[in-house]
Structures are given as C-alpha cells and as structure tokens.
Design a protein around this ligand. Structure first.
Ligand SMILES: [Zn+2]
Length: 431
C-alpha cells in the first residue's frame, strides 16, 4: 500500500544523511495503519486537469521564493520526458505553494544511462559544472536497489561544490548541501490486484494492498486498477498527484530533525505540534486522512522549518523564470500582512494571519460593502474572513457565493488590533 510505503520511504533517511555513502539499511517495521476515512472531501489543492479548464491568465500568484531543481532521468529505469518532468514540477510546485508560498523551478534537465548508483549520478552531475548549482535535484529512477519503485521515492543530501551555499539551509543538514529526491515517476498510487506483477492478476486486492485489506474491490482509475477505498483520496485526484506529492514530501524531509518521525501524526509530530512550534491546523485527536494528504504526509512544522530556512541573500537566481503557475479559481493575494477573522468586520476576533504576498482561495463574500472575502485557510478545510482592503482579489469572481456573517461576539474589541509586523529578510515570522 503506497501511503504506507511513502511513510516507509524515509525510515532510513536520517541514517542515510548522517552516513552518506554507506549502504542503505533495510526499512524497519511499518508504522500503525491509518483508519479508512469516513467522509469524502473536496481536494484542497487546485489541480490542473480535465476537471479544471485553465484559462485565467489574470493572477500569477506571488512566489515568496524559488527552490531550484535540476532533473536527472535514469533512462535505465524510466524514460521520463522533459515535458513530463516540467509538468510534474509544476504540479509539485502548486502543492508547495499552497503549503509554503514558495515554488519550484526546473533549471536543468539531463538524461543518463548506465548509472552506477544515485549518489554517483549526483556526483557526476555536479562535476559537470552545471550553469546553476540547484537547491535540489530530482532523480527519476527506480532508485538504488529499486527503493523508489518499491516505496514511491526516498531522499538524501549530497555535499555541494566547494563554496556553495544553499539558499535553503536546513538547520539539520551539513552546510552547503544539495537536497536529493529519487522519485518513481510511474508509481501507481493504491494499486489493486497486481501483487508483484506489472499487470493485474486479480479483481480484488491482494498481498497487503488497499491499506492491508485483502478482498477490496479494484476499480479502474487514472489508467490502472485502483483500490475502491482510495479513489476519492486527494492522492488519486490526478494520475500524477502521488508522484508530485511524493516529490514534495521527499525534498522536504531534510528540513525536519527526525527522518520518519517527522511524518504526519507520529507520536513525535503530535508532541511537537502541542508545543506551538507551528500555527498550522493540526488534528491531534484522530487521524485525518485528508489533512495527512494535504500535508503530503509530513508533520506541519517541517514546512515552517523550510520557510524559515530561506536565506535569499546567499543565492542569486541566474535563470529566467518560466511562466507562473496560473490558478483557475478565485484567489486573494495580500498586499500587506493581515489578520483573517471569524466574520466580515474588525469586530470579529482573528482566526489566523496571512503575510504580504501570500495567496489564498476565495470561497465566498459578504452581502454588503465594504467587501470582505471568505477564504480557505491553506492546508485545512476551515475558512476565515479577510478585508478586501488588505490585498486584491482576482480570478472568476462573478460566481463567488454570498456567505452570511456569523453572530457578532458579545463584547467586540473596542480598538483595532495592530497587524503583525512585516517580515524582514533575516527574521521571518511563522505562519
Ligand atoms: Zn518520508
């Protein structure tokens, strides 16, 4: 079962990273299985697929920074094309943007044959004096010992060339590291009825498929047989969503301290979140499959580590930006730091805050002027209200529904609450 496999995929990460170059230890026992979700929820992250015709060039969301990636293709495993790679980077970039306001950018693409291991592939690439030393490298491959084929992906870090400083310096990785993720591009999320075969051998799940439940009906989705209890998962929403989410997951791992213990809803994750290390929504009481998928199975605080690691002064982008990601949904972009409130006026208490340059999805508006927007809180299913005066709305606004205001709190705050401070390059407040 692949969402277990994604959890497993980094069991060895910490060791790998500390003992770069050593042989990989075998993965340990699997963590407890999450319960089957009871309700279907709408995907949080907009997908550019057949269900969302993309025609709105009005709002290029403002990226807070770009994480550059070189893409290496191991032709002995999978012949991933440049277009496929670019498309997957775009899909992963949308996931990253929703979670962090950062985006990915592919700055190089190379195909290789006869590779003698993933680490060697990285060494060879860096020894070839690429025009830009990227922040990270994605290798499309089955991986050393087919590890990526088995789990979907895994990650490690590799020393950059002498003098290289990564603009995303993880507090846990050696200075000047380049972050590497090995990804099985064609991985079938929640495949059903395959066993160890490349073609279906059963019409029901076998051999630990479908969250370790045998006998679950297989249904066609995304071009293969999928577990019927997984077809509504966020990860099944596009044929490549799993690969994109794995991509984000793996390249995020170096920014957590604990390897597999940094996964969503581990005991360590829940303990860390309870300390208030992150303001991101987190359901510590019951395993929330949708929330887990929305965080690409990582503990929420790791994304804060990633954001806070950014030191833009150490790296000057030397490449021409590609076309920005375009969303086909109503979107609000903040021109200043702003609170988001329980209702459409400053009389309501704040629920969370957004930073200048952040973008959020608009799901409703108030009836009267002045205009307030009812926006989706990223990586959650919750909403709050933002004043139109704190930024600009764009996208298909005509269809935005009117949402009625909740009752005012009994004793409204008499004075306006000051906004959070504008971030400086050296001290970035947590979201
Ligand atoms: Zn992992």
């Amino acid at each position: 079962m692949k969402s277990v496999k994604i959890l497993l995929s980094s069991l060895t990460f910490l060791l790998l990273w500390l003992l770069a170059g050593c042989n990989l230890p075998e993965p340990g026992p699997p963590p407890p299985l999450p319960p089957t979700p009871t309700a279907t929820q709408m995907p949080l992250i907009p997908s550019i697929g057949p269900e969302f015709p993309v025609v709105l060039p009005t709002l290029p969301p403002v990226s807070r920074g770009v994480f550059t990636l070189a893409v290496l293709v191991d032709l002995n495993s999978e012949p991933v094309t440049r277009d496929q790679a670019r498309s997957l980077v775009t899909e992963a970039s949308q996931i990253l943007f929703v979670l962090t306001d950062f985006t990915y950018q592919m700055v190089d693409f190379q195909e290789t044959r006869n590779v003698s291991g993933m680490d060697q592939m990285v060494s060879d690439y860096l020894a070839g004096s690429p025009a830009t030393i990227p922040n990270g490298i994605i290798i499309f491959s089955f991986g050393d010992d087919n590890r990526a084929k088995l789990y979907g992906g895994y990650s490690f870090s590799h020393p950059g060339p002498g003098g290289f400083q990564n603009a995303f310096q993880s507090p846990y990785a050696p200075e000047g590291s380049v972050y590497i993720a090995v990804i099985h591009f064609g991985h079938r999320f929640s495949q059903c009825g395959y066993g160890d075969s490349d073609t279906p051998v059963s019409s029901v799940s076998i051999d630990g498929e479908c969250r370790n439940q045998s006998g679950i009906a297989c249904v066609p989705k995304n071009g293969y047989q999928m577990c019927s209890n997984a077809v509504d998962d966020l990860y099944a929403s596009t044929p490549t969503y799993f690969a994109a989410a794995t991509f984000v997951h793996e390249i995020m791992h170096p920014f957590g301290p604990g390897g597999d213990r940094d996964h969503y809803w581990t005991r360590e994750c829940t303990a860390s979140m309870a300390t208030g290390v992150s303001r991101r929504p987190y359901n510590s009481l019951t395993f929330d499959q949708f929330e887990s998928n929305s965080y690409v199975e990582m503990c929420p605080f790791v994304f804060d580590n990633f954001v806070n690691s950014y030191q833009p002064t150490v790296s000057v982008p030397t490449v021409t930006p590609t076309a920005p990601v375009i969303f086909s949904i109503p979107t609000f972009t903040f021109s200043k730091n702003a609170f988001c409130r329980k209702g459409p006026s400053v009389a309501y208490e704040d629920v969370t805050a957004f930073l200048q340059g952040q973008s959020v999805q608009i799901d409703g508006r108030n009836q009267d002027e002045p205009r307030w927007w009812w926006v989706l809180i990223p990586a959650s299913s919750g909403h709050c209200w933002v004043s139109d005066s704190t930024g600009s709305a764009s996208g298909p606004l005509d269809g935005v529904k009117v949402v009625s205001a909740p009752p005012l709190p009994p004793s409204p705050t008499p004075t306006a609450t000051p906004l959070p401070p504008t971030p400086t390059p050296t001290a970035t407040p947590k979201k």
